[in-house]
Design a protein around this ligand. Structure first.
Ligand code: ATP
Ligand code: MG
Length: 236
């Protein structure tokens, strides 16, 4: 049984429908990429999964439970973590305070401390910068913080929306290294990336969305070597 399953999902904003019967699934411990041109509905797919926008039709199941209609905090509590596009951190708060915000659902102080230690072990630089205001960190550091914050709830699955967008090459490498490290720890990952080739290289499977519809799907390797996918989405 898939950990996450979308079946014929239709969603949009107000009267504008963006997703037209999108179906996809992610098995436990898989890394799955979702690629496609700007405006294809990739971020919208994440938003409807997390309960940030209403759905018009279809079905979404996480860990066997229908999560359509659940609130974002309820979905988070079920073990689905989410890092939105755009490195959103609380600029006026320290690194440590940002992480505490990520763990706010955890009331047990000891568990919160363990989560913090776990995040610091994955991102040693965050440990060094605990007292720094998030707004004064570099873009790459802020992305690490956004990822660390999402991991504070110790999710079973993490959805990352454009984690490498706008970062310098060094940080792009670091983001992909971290994702690979999380995958080795058996975290289930769904990844949306402009850097589609790089994303497919570390993915078990991938989906191509176009105009809010499923266009292609296959193993990471198949999509990387599909002529049409290469020409249209991977820059030749
Ligand atoms: N809050 C909103 N209100 C109205 N329309 C929106 C809203 N957010 C996104 N859209 C529209 O939905 C469509 C899909 O947007 P979405 O952000 O899901 O695309 P995307 O595939 O993530 O693109 P990108 O690669 O640029 O991030 C676009 O046409 C966009 O203009
Ligand atoms: Mg997007």
């Amino acid at each position: 049984m898939a950990l996450l399953e979308l079946w014929n999902v239709e969603a949009g904003y107000g009267r504008i429908q963006i997703l037209h019967k999108v179906s996809l699934h992610v098995e436990a411990r898989e890394v799955v990429s979702v690629i496609g041109p700007n405006g294809a509905g990739k971020s919208t797919t994440f938003k409807v999964i997390m309960g940030f926008i209403d759905h018009l039709g279809g079905d979404i199941r996480f860990d066997g439970t229908n999560i359509l209609g659940s609130r974002p905090d309820q979905i988070l509590a079920r073990g689905l973590g989410y890092v939105p596009q755009g490195r959103i951190v609380f600029n006026q708060m320290t690194v440590r305070e940002n992480l505490e915000m990520g763990g706010y659902v955890q009331r047990d102080r000891e568990k919160l401390r363990e989560s913090m230690e776990y995040v610091f072990s994955l991102f040693p630089r965050l440990a060094e910068r605990q007292k720094q205001l998030a707004g004064t960190m570099s873009g790459g550091e802020q992305q690490m913080l956004a990822m660390g914050r999402a991991l504070m709830t110790r999710p079973r699955m993490l959805m990352l929306d454009e984690p490498s967008l706008g970062l310098s090459p060094r940080f792009v490498d670091e983001v992909f290294d971290k994702i690979a490290a999380l995958a080795r720890e058996e975290l289930t990952i769904m990844l949306v990336e402009q850097n589609a080739a790089r994303s497919l290289e570390i993915s078990d499977r991938g989906y191509v969305l176009e105009l809010g519809r499923n266009r292609y799907e296959g193993s990471g390797h198949e999509l990387l070597h599909n002529d049409e996918v290469r020409r249209m989405y991977l820059g030749g």
